[in-house]
Design a protein around this ligand. Structure first.
Ligand code: NAX
Ligand code: ADP
Ligand code: MG
Length: 274
């Protein structure tokens, strides 16, 4: 297992070309947030915007529209039950994030199926939270594209069938290869299975143990994959940056709130851009 280092940030984060515009930095569509879990998709969308994605659209329950725009006016909105509009947006996205706060009922399943049916091979798709648990319970056709699963240990148990106590790197890698996807197995010292290598994150803090922390990581991976060319490095850099920012804040804070990580991103990324 390789240790992920700070070097991944300088390898990945680029100074923006002068002749760029918002289209240069990708279109991210994030889908999730039922009537109870709106905060999850708002936190994920916030992370994508503050990570520098060019255009961000949030597909969620209409109940979440005013809170989304109150905290994140940069995001566009689509009602995730409007299948025609959602399919169109998904098919034109650079990166799709599906799952934060999506929930586990019949409607959640319908939204997931409709998003996955509109994915094309040029996209990166981050599958997080409820979307992982839904896929574990009711397998769907998984699109043939750059897939990134971001399970915590229990979600990985559900998807892989490997009990948490049996989640060794060999066992995890076997299932990751069957999935033909990158797996970001989130925990203290997160592991990333890319297909070529297994990386371990040596940083991170229990100050991160608060709801929404993973939703924020999913949005960051969305923002990084949308704007940086090397997709593997983009995932690794997002995972590293998420915990590096948390470690910095935790020097003076007992708990780090997910939105604080997002808000720290522009200044943090500026330090590493080259
Ligand atoms: N503000 C919001 O709207 C929030 C919504 N959330 C959403 O709620 C949905 C359900 O996700 P949850 O993860 O809460 O529930 P899950 O039921 O999927 O997972 C929680 C269960 O997993 C167990 N577990 C074992 N190892 C774990 C580990 N390393 N990390 C986390 N849990 C571990 C916990 O003890 C618990 O029983 C997701 O869609 C998620 O995105 C959560 O992100 C919390 C915040
Ligand atoms: N003790 C810890 N040490 C380091 N990182 C942690 C710790 N607890 C939680 N995290 C990180 O916080 C995130 C939690 O993700 P997740 O459980 O999906 O949260 P949520 O679904 O509530 O947003 C992961 O990135 C995980 O690695
Ligand atoms: Mg989660």
């Amino acid at each position: 297992m390789l240790t992920l280092t700070e070097e991944i940030l300088t390898k990945t984060i680029r100074v923006r070309p002068n002749d760029s515009y918002k289209g240069t930095f990708g279109r991210v569509v994030l889908v999730g947030g039922n009537a109870n879990y709106g905060g999850a998709i708002i936190m994920a969308s916030t992370a994508a915007v503050y990570a520098g994605a060019g255009l961000v659209t949030t597909g969620t329950d209409t109940n979440n529209l005013s809170s989304l725009h109150a905290s994140l006016p940069e995001a566009m909105f689509v009602n995730y039950y409007d299948k025609v509009k959602l399919s169109h947006l998904v098919s034109y996205a650079t990166t799709v994030v599906i799952g934060p706060g999506l929930g586990d009922d019949f409607h959640s399943q319908e939204v997931l199926a409709s998003v996955l049916a509109n994915i094309n091979q040029s996209q990166s798709v981050i599958i997080d939270g409820s979307a992982i648990s839904l896929l574990a319970a009711n397998p769907l056709d998984i699109p043939d594209t750059n897939l990134i699963f971001t399970p915590h240990e229990m979600e990985w148990q559900r998807l892989s069938g490997i009990k948490i106590s049996d989640q060794t790197s060999d066992a995890n890698q076997l299932v990751q290869q069957q999935l033909n996807a990158t797996v970001v197995l989130k925990k203290h010292h997160t592991e990333i299975y890319t297909g070529k290598n297994i990386y371990q994150l040596p940083i991170g803090t229990p100050a991160q143990a608060t709801g929404g922390m993973g939703d924020t990581l999913a949005g960051m991976i969305g923002g990084f994959t949308a704007q940086f060319d090397n997709q593997e490095n983009a995932v690794l850099a997002a995972v590293y940056a998420h915990s590096a920012i948390a470690d910095e804040l935790a020097r003076s804070q007992y708990v780090v709130l997910p939105h604080q990580i997002s808000h720290a991103l522009p200044m943090f990324m500026k330090r590493y851009a080259n």
